[in-house]
Design a protein around this ligand. Structure first.
Ligand SMILES: [Zn+2]
Length: 164
């Protein structure tokens, strides 16, 4: 991820009062039971960044994003797991959209710029992290490899054996 482009996108985020209200709008048919009073007031119950069925790219992007947020904005975000009827579980990203003066927060700009970058520039946030992550999972079934680097489902047993 190119920092210069990210910074430029951060400067281009729409932070008008309308955009802020839109970001904080409660989706229809959504029942929030998390008990965080800041949600839909100044914080957004935000995007799904990972699900049980996420592919390696999404998993890598999610953990790179969370790592960057933990360094830049440690007190202005958290992730929360929710059960989902279709995909087992999903991880939502909650973050602060509006500061005490009613202005858009820097984390709001950052996250908006981040997703725009993935969409418009390149879908992988960090190639190094992605290849690291891919080496931890079975390429065949997606299961996490054990300490010996083998798939618990015994995929590729024959392929990885010596030819002949
Ligand atoms: Zn496997």
């Amino acid at each position: 991820m190119n920092n210069q482009t990210l910074e430029r996108f951060m400067g281009e985020v729409d932070v008008s009062p309308v955009a802020i209200s839109k970001a904080l709008k409660r989706p229809s048919n959504f029942i929030y039971m998390g008990g965080d009073e800041r949600i839909f007031d100044t914080w957004v119950y935000g995007p799904v960044i990972e699900t049980r069925d996420s592919d390696p790219v999404d998993r890598s992007n999610a953990r790179v994003l969370v790592k960057m947020l933990s360094e830049r904005y440690p007190d202005e975000y958290y992730t929360t797991d929710a059960n989902h009827w279709g995909v087992g579980w999903v991880t939502h990203l909650c973050y602060r959209v509006k500061d005490d003066s009613g202005n858009a927060t820097s984390i709001f700009r950052f996250i908006s710029a981040w997703f725009r970058y993935l969409k418009e520039v390149y879908a992988v946030a960090d190639e190094m992290d992605l290849s690291e992550l891919e080496s931890e999972y079975c390429g065949e079934c997606g299961e996490g490899l054990n300490d010996e680097g083998k798939c618990p489902n015994d995929c590729n047993e024959e392929e990885s054996a010596e030819e002949g």
